[in-house]
Design a protein around this ligand. Structure first.
Ligand SMILES: [Ca+2]
Ligand SMILES: [Ca+2]
Ligand SMILES: [Ca+2]
Length: 425
């Protein structure tokens, strides 16, 4: 409707209002409707929240602070976020790195319509965030936020043009950025796909995690013996979304090759990031006696024992201890798993704790001293695959409800978990 307009008696029409704030914070005004029907004009109060957007230039890192009072972002369930905008005059391959010693970083990349392009929570060995992508000319938006939403403190955001020297040797602790094209040699383990090969050697027996991520294609990773050419392990989608994560316990001394390939339609490739770490996938710390708020992303990496997208939390026991792990959420039907950190093997899991609705509780008496990992995931019967949750780790035991499925009693139909299968490695 463009004014002036005539409305029949009793008729209705819709007025659309666009909010384009010129400053951050809460902005208020009113929409006035003048008419000849009496009691003119009508006023309609309007309010919106302006989010200030900083400028970002490729090649110029910025160091500043995230505050818990920052306005809610679009990604990560509306966690407080600082927002940046940058523009590209032509197609560019970029790498984005968000690092902080103060909080567990979470990085989101959008196009100018705020449609998500990619996101990263943890990359490599730690809890910092990394993305690489080839982007067309245009304007893009970055949100800097924190995993839990309570992140507060200094961070550095670096946006750099990526140079891609081509595949070659990789060593543990490295991230390599590559561009998989149809001109690459044929994959030896993923039929029909081209593959980039990254040789490495191990001077001692090592537990490895290989992460392969791309916003351009559906990744597929293989670990092969460089001498015999045999495939040792492969992974399709254990990383975030369709990304690949391959964890391997105690790989022997020897020479190996990581093969990067694609399982996208027509074996389309593109820009990717490859990380080789000498440990199991990163986990977030929780203290004995700790209670914390987390946010399970629907595209978090898959768990090892809890298979759905799962957050990994780690803790240490100095001596045998009776522990209780409580996982509660009003956003989703929770499932909690406990793993031993040395082998990444499942010890126990719980979906619904009786008396706790759909919440989960694990109680374990006299758990031996050592390092452990808790996986937080959504139950197979949850309507929502993620959302906000509360995780508590207490050492005052409560009742011994425990041990009912201890030590790898998986997928036996106790709770109808027919789709539970052991991850490959
Ligand atoms: Ca993180
Ligand atoms: Ca995949
Ligand atoms: Ca549950």
């Amino acid at each position: 409707m463009s004014p002036p307009a005539t409305l029949a008696a009793g008729a209705t029409c819709t007025v659309s209002v666009t909010f384009t704030p010129t400053a951050g914070g809460v902005r208020s005004t009113s929409l006035f409707l003048s008419h000849d029907g009496g009691a003119s004009p009508h006023s309609v109060p309007l309010q919106g929240t302006g989010i200030s957007v900083g400028g970002l230039v490729v090649g110029v890192p910025i160091t500043t602070s995230l505050l818990t009072s920052a306005p809610p972002g679009v990604c990560n369930y509306g966690a407080p976020a600082n927002r940046y905008q940058f523009s590209l005059a032509s197609q560019t391959t970029l790498k984005l790195d968000l690092t902080s010693n103060a909080f567990d970083t979470y990085l989101c990349l959008f196009n100018s319509s705020m449609t998500p392009v990619d996101y990263s929570d943890d990359w490599g060995a730690g809890l910092n965030s990394h993305l690489a992508a080839t982007l067309n000319a245009g304007t893009y938006v970055i949100e800097v936020t924190s995993f839990s939403g309570s992140g507060n403190g200094t961070y550095t955001l670096a946006l750099n043009q990526a140079t891609i020297p081509g595949p070659g040797a990789i060593s543990t602790g490295q991230t390599r950025i590559g561009n998989l094209t149809g001109a690459a040699p044929a994959s030896a383990c993923n039929s029909g796909s081209p593959a980039d090969s990254y040789p490495f050697s191990l001077p001692s027996t090592t537990t490895l995690t290989i992460d392969l991520a791309s916003s351009a294609f559906d990744t597929y990773v293989c670990l092969r013996n460089a001498v015999t050419g045999s495939t040792i392990a492969y992974d399709e989608n254990h990383g975030s979304g369709t990304n690949s994560r391959l964890a391997y316990y105690n790989l022997s001394v020897g020479s190996y090759v990581i093969e990067v390939s694609t399982q996208s339609p027509a074996h389309v490739g593109g820009t990717y990031s490859l990380s080789l770490q000498s440990a199991f996938p990163p986990s977030k710390p929780i203290a004995l006696g700790g209670k914390l708020a987390g946010r399970l992303s629907t595209t978090a990496a898959e768990g090892r024992y809890c298979q759905d997208p799962a957050d990994r939390w780690s803790f240490h026991l100095d001596a045998p201890t009776t522990i209780t792990i409580d996982l509660t959420s009003t956003a989703f039907d929770t499932e909690v798993c406990l793993l031993d950190a040395d082998r990444n093997n499942g010890i126990d899991y719980n979906d619904d704790y009786s008396g706790g609705g759909t919440n989960s509780r694990l109680s374990l008496s006299n758990l031996p001293a050592g390092d452990y990992v808790i996986e937080v995931s959504a139950s197979y019967k949850s309507a929502n695959p993620g959302g906000a949750y509360t995780l508590t780790l207490s050492s005052s035991g409560g009742m011994a409800l425990t041990g009912n499925r201890r030590y790898n009693h998986r997928g036996t139909g106790v709770e109808g978990r027919g789709r539970r299968t052991l991850p490959r490695d």
